[in-house]
Design a protein around this ligand. Structure first.
Ligand code: URA
Ligand code: SF4
Length: 182
């Protein structure tokens, strides 16, 4: 699986398939982690730290995600972490539907098909809508198992949201306990 992922990513190092290729990205930030992972996390897109370092979730929100993973009893090296778009949107704006629509088809959906995780945890509305459709509300699916291509998906809050609203950490902990139970 790792070889197939590495090959897939190698075909996109200079990707220019969507407008984010011309918005000042330093590099394409591919998904990272264990190709045999049973648990996959999906965020929105690289921020400043990720754009510089070349790995997903390495900034402040990423450190919080690492803590959540540790609290679940795992290490980052055991799970797989990716994003809907692989290039940093300017000013960290939300990716446009056109951008996420293109990128998820050339990378994210293929990563899911290759890894075949047992469970996917979507972090925030962008990742949740990328898998479930743009009409989906976070308020109706957060903390509930839904399905993407026969894989159980548990949507929860994005760690960046938790940095602004620490009180919601308790909710995320309740959500991820459901992942551990399954
Ligand atoms: N936020 C995301 O959604 N993804 C990252 O990789 C970092 C921060
Ligand atoms: Fe290509 Fe995705 Fe980057 Fe757009 S965001 S240029 S589709 S890798």
């Amino acid at each position: 699986k790792q070889q197939i992922l590495t090959h897939l990513n190698s075909t996109c190092i200079n990707c220019s398939a969507c407008p984010l290729s011309k918005c000042g990205r330093k590099q394409v930030v591919f998904g990272h982690g264990n190709a045999d992972a049973r648990l996959m996390f999906i965020g929105e897109g690289p921020g400043r730290d990720e754009d510089v370092q070349g790995y997903p979730f390495v900034g402040r929100a990423g450190q919080l995600l690492t803590k959540i993973i540790a609290a679940m009893g795992f290490e980052r090296s055991q799970v797989y972490i990716s994003n809907v778009v692989k290039c940093r949107p300017p000013e960290n704006r939300t990716p446009l539907p056109e951008e996420s629509g293109i990128c998820k088809n050339i990378l994210l959906f293929k990563e899911i098909e290759i890894i075949k995780p047992a469970i996917i945890c979507t972090l925030g509305v962008t990742a949740t809508q990328a898998l479930l459709g743009e009409g989906v509300f976070m308020s109706s699916v957060r903390g509930k198992f839904v399905e993407f291509r026969n894989i159980p998906v548990l949507p929860t809050y994005h760690p960046a949201y938790l940095l602004r609203n620490p009180a919601a950490k308790r909710t995320v902990w309740e959500d991820v306990k459901k992942i551990m139970a399954l």
